[in-house]
Design a binder for this molecule. Structure first.
Ligand code: AMP
Length: 609
């Protein structure tokens, strides 16, 4: 069922894509048939389907419910606790993937199998012919891809629980990948697989710089990570150049496998190269630095869709006109689709779902609420409302161009009619396979890196801070708040705008630094596992900031929103604002700024706790 082709044969790869997309409908039927045949004896499906005779598409749609994570969590938890995989799947569940979506503050766990790694390898292989179709000569050099692993833990049953990319990079599929001219990277695997993200970053940049004349493309998975790499380079270029000059590796790279692999890339001192790099980096402006440091690079491969779009202007500044290429759309649950027009403008990116990856269905969602998201986010998920639309769910090939849908998947790994939480807009078709623009994650208001903070998470955290630190009679009352993801510096950070009112009179409130800083830290402590990991371990988010605004600011914000078309009667304070008029109003009335003074607590969780 999982096709394969020779990655050196672009024609064959493109032909395979044509076949898959042309036969999307038949392939989807086969996929569902195969999943049901394989897994109809699973405890989960048996609860809904009546054995062999009931494993058809119609029964599946009539009897198996569309579910959220909360519905399936008990089944997955049982597997994590050591019960047999056949609760959900006939194939052994070999690991659990920790999603950046969280449930009750902890990462969601997604089942995975050995076969699923093969499916992912196939998916990655399909990106190759697409890039080759648009960019010539990619077989004549290397890719500088800065890839990282994240912490993992063992569940009570001994299964590993880890993020999907950590799972993939550690797998034989990545480490023992058969050589082809398109998977030659500047980073030795040992540097990618280094647990210490700072050592990993340093070593990968060092290898990328030393091999700069061979680099044809640069990238990370998400845009946020690429900008962190640029910042790291800014902070460390002198040390990196010193290493190139002397042919040694700085003393704080202590991981032996990393050191050895980098030393073998360095191959002795290179004064001339170090001087060239150092003089580029010493330039006052870093505009176009990517082009200057990697002169043969043809594009920057980073995902810049969804919440990553906020990084486009900064990336454009550094890239000096190199195209920003978002190649794929994927998740812990399943890899979904690829961008068949990779050199298009970032705002035009659509992903074509590959119909053999899973069985896809689509819940129509209210179009209007998603048109406005560029201005301000209202989290408007209403589960009852969504439930009503369940009868309107449509198959992959029956979605309509211009409409918005939430994607629902049935996977080979034991998820059945599972709502991923992503909202997509249909932009067209490639043959019979629809193409989707990623619109937003359902119910997410703030995101800097892989964190996804919902309106509810934010409300809980703000409430907790208020209860803990603003209760004394001398403390002001928090009357309104909103938030903003500030990415003007690297790493970006969360900003909360608070309007505070004195309890006694209408004088401007007395703001005690200490109290406000404690509020910042309390909010951070209450945000979810992924936020705290980004802050504490990955250092990919900076300290949370509270900007106190003068009394009456939120009235002005309301006037502004109404002037932009919000209805006065139904007006609700947006809990997140984007750059533009609303942010300008808030920023022009700031009377105090406070930052969290410590990193929030975080540790790899015992998932049973
Ligand atoms: P995770 O399960 O932690 O791997 O996160 C997967 C989620 O990241 C998806 O469900 C999307 O919300 C988001 N995501 C993945 N790929 C893209 C993309 N190309 N564009 C926008 N968002 C993406």
């Amino acid at each position: 069922m999982i096709p394969s082709y020779d990655p050196n044969d672009t024609e064959a790869g493109l032909k395979l894509l044509e076949d898959l997309t042309t036969n999307a409908e038949a392939i989807q039927e086969q996929v569902l048939h195969q999943i049901l045949s394989q897994n109809c004896e699973s405890q989960y499906l048996q609860a809904f389907l009546d054995g062999e005779s009931d494993k058809n598409q119609q029964s599946f749609k009539n009897k198996v419910p569309v579910v959220n994570y909360g519905d399936i969590k008990p089944f997955i938890q049982r597997i994590a606790d050591g019960e047999s995989s056949d609760i959900v799947s006939s194939q052994p569940i070999t690991e659990l993937l920790t999603s950046s979506g969280t449930s009750a503050g902890k990462p969601k766990l997604m089942p995975s199998t050995a076969e699923e790694l093969e499916r992912k390898t196939f998916f990655y292989s399909m990106l190759v012919p697409v890039m080759n179709k648009y960019v010539n000569g990619l077989d004549e050099g290397k890719g500088m891809y800065l890839l990282f692993i994240k912490p993992e833990i063992k569940t009570p049953s001994g299964l590993m629980a880890r993020p999907v990319l950590t799972s993939y990079y550690k797998s034989q599929h990545f480490r023992n990948r058969p050589f082809n001219k398109y998977n030659v990277y500047t980073s030795p695997d040992q540097t990618i697989l280094c647990q210490d993200s700072k050592q990993s970053m340093y070593c990968q940049l060092l290898c990328g710089l030393v091999q700069r004349s061979h680099v044809l493309r640069v990238g990370t998975v998400f845009a946020s990570a690429f900008l962190r790499a640029v910042k790291f380079l800014e902070d460390h270029y002198k040390e990196l150049c010193a290493d190139i000059r002397t042919g040694t590796v700085t003393s704080w790279i202590t991981e032996p496998a990393c050191r050895d692999s980098v030393l073998s890339v360095l191959q002795g001192p290179n004064q001339e190269l170090a001087d060239e790099i150092e003089s580029e980096c010493a330039e006052k402006s870093w505009e176009g630095i990517l082009r200057r440091l990697w002169p043969k690079a043809k594009y920057v491969e980073v995902i810049v869709t969804g919440s990553m779009a906020q990084y486009i202007p900064t990336l454009e500044f550094y890239s000096g006109g190199l195209p920003l290429v978002s190649t794929m759309y994927a998740s812990s649950e399943c890899y979904f689709g690829i961008n068949l027009n990779p050199l298009c403008d970032p705002s035009d990116v659509s992903y074509t779902l590959l119909p053999n990856m899973a069985y896809f269905e689509f819940l129509p969602v209210d179009d209007k609420s998603h048109e406005e998201i560029h201005f301000a986010s209202h989290s408007n998920t209403d589960d009852d409302d969504d439930a009503l639309k369940e009868d309107l769910i449509v198959d992959l090939v029956n979605v309509e161009v211009g409409r918005y849908y939430e994607i629902v998947i049935t996977t080979f790994t034991g998820l059945y009619r599972y709502r991923v939480g992503d909202i997509l807009k249909v932009t067209g078709f490639h043959n019979k396979a629809p193409q989707f623009r990623f619109v937003q994650r359902r119910n997410v208001v703030l995101s800097i890196d892989t964190d996804k903070t919902s309106e509810e998470d934010l409300l809980n955290a703000v409430t907790q801070a208020k209860l803990k630190h603003l209760q004394k009679p001398s403390c002001p009352l928090l009357t309104e708040y909103t938030s903003y993801a500030d990415t003007s510096s690297i790493p970006g950070h969360y900003v909360l705008f608070w309007e505070l009112k004195p309890r006694q009179n209408n004088e401007p409130p007395e703001l005690e630094n200490k109290t406000m800083e404690l509020c910042c830290s309390e909010v951070e402590d209450c945000l979810d596992y992924v936020y705290r990991r980004c802050r504490n371990k990955d250092k990919s988010i900076g300290p949370l900031e509270i900007r106190v605004v003068s009394l009456g600011t939120f009235d002005l914000l309301m006037d502004f929103c109404v002037s932009q078309g919000s209805s006065v009667n139904q007006y609700k304070t947006p809990r997140c604002v984007k750059p533009g008029g609303a942010l300008e109003i808030l920023d022009s009335r700031v009377i105090g700024r406070f930052f969290s003074q410590r990193v929030p607590r975080w540790q790899p969780l015992g998932l049973d706790s």
